[in-house]
Design a binder for this molecule. Sequence first.
Ligand code: NG1
Ligand code: ZN
Length: 547
Amino acid sequence: MESITDLAQKIAQEKHPRKVDKVIQYGTAGFRTRAENLDHVMYRMGLLAVLRSKERKATIGVMITASHNPEEDNGVKLIDPHGEMLEASWEVHATHIANVPDDGLAESLRTLIQKENIDMSVEGYIYVAKDTRPSSSSLSQAVMDGVSALKTNAKDYGLLTTPQLHYMVTCKNTEGSYGTDTEEGYYQKLSSAFKLLHKNVSWTKYSPVTVVDAANGVGAVKLKEMQKYIGETLKITVYNDGSSGKLNLQCGADYVKVQQKGPIGCNADAGVKLVSFDGDADRIVFYFFDKDGKFHLLDGDKIATLVAGYLTNLVTQSGLKLKLGLVQTAYANGSSTKYIRQQLKIPVACVPTGVKHLHHKALEYDVGVYFEANGHGTVVFSDDAMNQVKKAASDESRPESERKGARNLSTVIDVINQTVGDAISDLLLVEIVLCVRDWSLEDWDKAYTDLPNRQLKVKVKDRTVIKTSDAERKADSPPGLQEAVDSLVEKYPSGRSFVRPSGTEDVVRVYAEAETQADADMLGYEVSVKVYELAGGVGDKPSPPAK
Ligand code: NG1
Ligand code: ZN
């Protein structure tokens, strides 16, 4: 009799053969490449999700998206039981299973089952969702085929934002204690808490009107849905909503952050609160134009400081002794780090790029705020902190002011999607803080001034020749590169620069900041040239900044 793994291989050969030889890696955000090369990978990730589910004895999520990448790309990532990113050791399994030749698939599955000691009689369960890319439907079907090849059931949510799927997985695996694993459950939980916090606050400078560029992605659909639950409390206008433009093309959080300008279709009056999501709505940035038409960006660093400042106040008010910390990456603007240390006086840690590193570090605090400069981030509360807050909120022996602080804290927790960065949830969270503080975006922006900065990409033959340490702030190889960067940095007041291989694109990223934009641009350029020369640049040499 044919075994189940042989059968899975047969289906792979017949319906989802591997047509590309190029090895694909499970990177910082799962597999990501041109959509036409992903069918076999999707099928195999359906298989792998089942094995992970049986091994963990829990529901596993599979999200089909390539986030802020162009529409032609797609990708897939697995979501572990508590809504977190797939464990690193399984990333290695994922890479192996995705790349093995068709005729070796059954054997590889058996080896994995044995290695991880998986009890195949355990019933697995898979949650699947996708973004709005044209390729997502058929790729999602390939995942479903993989799941059913191993005789396992799946729930296909259809379109969801990435953070919504993380949320569903967590709800399911906590048997509802985190929330209800339906879209309605998600909107209800977040919007009720939001409305409660917004109630009875009066303002003069805050504006409950927000204009959102949804990157022509899934966030548009879901934000419009959320608006129905929020009602009049916050008036959201959505554009770049997929009705005409292309996904992530000249729009979205990544475009706005990297280009440091508004997206296509953006023509707002001075001071209007503007927001961009990315293609799968796990990133958010805010911005506005001042009276002189100058663009002001409030990125992930600014969101982190705003939220951390607010939570610190609530913690103090509640009288609870909770340790709050903030986590950033090397991309965090130097001014933000200085502001957090000197003004907010909150401990701040720096970790390598990639949400899993930030999330993991944030869990070390009672209240861990983490944000990448690009706008991906959230807040995590330890179980103990959540219990303390809940208890304090109704503890009659505490003064009313402390109970009020704890009550507010407890409600804020429900606005936050703790499982992963979530543009919709972060939007509501920021609105609450701005409203309570009675701040316009100008007021928020005044907290500190970003050092001018520049992000560049350099194409090299093999980006893995660049090895980094010290949370990616130092390049240990190729030889001589770090020394070259150091001596360039020295030339510029407040200069800082680092290089690292991207985990999602075949490029080396260069970051530079300095006291003036011209210096940041020049430093970025000079470092790019060094990368090109010392790390095997291909194609055109980096070109100098336009004068
Ligand atoms: P890479 O391509 O490894 O730089 C980018 C972002 C990360 C993270 C991932 C996942 C920058 C500089 N890098 O990673 O922060 O968000 O994508 O989407 O923004
Ligand atoms: Zn994204």
